[in-house]
Design a protein around this ligand. Sequence first.
Ligand code: COA
Length: 310
Amino acid sequence: MGAGIIGMGKYVPENVVTNADLEKKLDTSDEWIQTRTGIKERRIASDDTDTSHMSYRAAKEAIDNAGISPEELDLILVATVTPDQPFPSVSSMLQHQLGARNAAAMDVSAACAGFIYGLVTAKQFIESGSCKYVLVIGTEKLSKITDWSDRNTAVLFGDGSGAAVLGNVSDERGIISFELGADGSGGEHIKQEEFLKMNGREVFKFAVRQMGESSMNVVEKAGLSKEDVDFLIPHQANIRIMESARQRLDLPPERMSRTVERYGNTSSASIPLSLMYELEHGRIKDGDLIVLVGFGAGLVWGSVAMRWGR
Ligand code: COA
């Protein structure tokens, strides 16, 4: 038996902010945003909706979808850089709200690679026999740390949550291999002071190199080749970065998720939201080999190769 995803859920706020809406407030254009990033619109949460509220909605759906009860969870891992407050953690708040009284709870801080770090951590607990069910959530309210007067960053980000329940799956399914990495020397390039600040060009160069390399590495670690990959779920930061990873795996465009168009960059939520989107649209089937790959502030990166199904 290995560890795999046995249920998923998502939540995105209803409020859609289009590029045209941003043109009214900033010196930018729909044409610039679409050609440089691929983003058409993003979801922005209301003032009274915080990270924990969105996480709860996604978590509830994932637990129901897995067919388990909240009391059966052994561990809750919440990947976020926008918690409601520094402490208590979002995971502890959820533990209470969900009634997951047997679960331990901790938040994971690995920015946009946070969901991958969470999946890999969950895998260790499950395969060691310490946990039966682990809830992993990627969740962000980036709008609360966005400087809405800075066109360099305000057009890029969005809010949302994606959740997965991990448990034991059959030998032929689940997480086969992973890679996690960090290069703290690049920490200056993307950080939160009061608001999120970014040196876009430096992050771009790092991301293009690392997304391609890490995607290939994880396939090789699985003892497979790029021809075996059925679907790519890259972190949704910028279509040009995502394309570089897709081309490295020689995948046709229709076998890569591109929810960046509709959600923008939702940091740790982007990979689970994309996975869920592709499942809902029937593009990932039982037995498919999928590669998840992300990078983010730190700088950090991570990738996972998994065979979909229970
Ligand atoms: N609208 C119009 N013009 C904009 C703009 C906007 N929203 N944002 C920046 N510009 C301008 C810049 O001011 C710059 O003008 P200048 O040449 O007069 O100084 C010009 O566009 C080009 O800027 P540049 O930074 O070279 O653009 P780019 O092609 O690198 O695209 C990013 C910018 C941010 C989209 C790109 O660098 C990127 O995606 N980087 C990675 C960011 C990322 O992934 N972050 C998340 C990490 S998880």
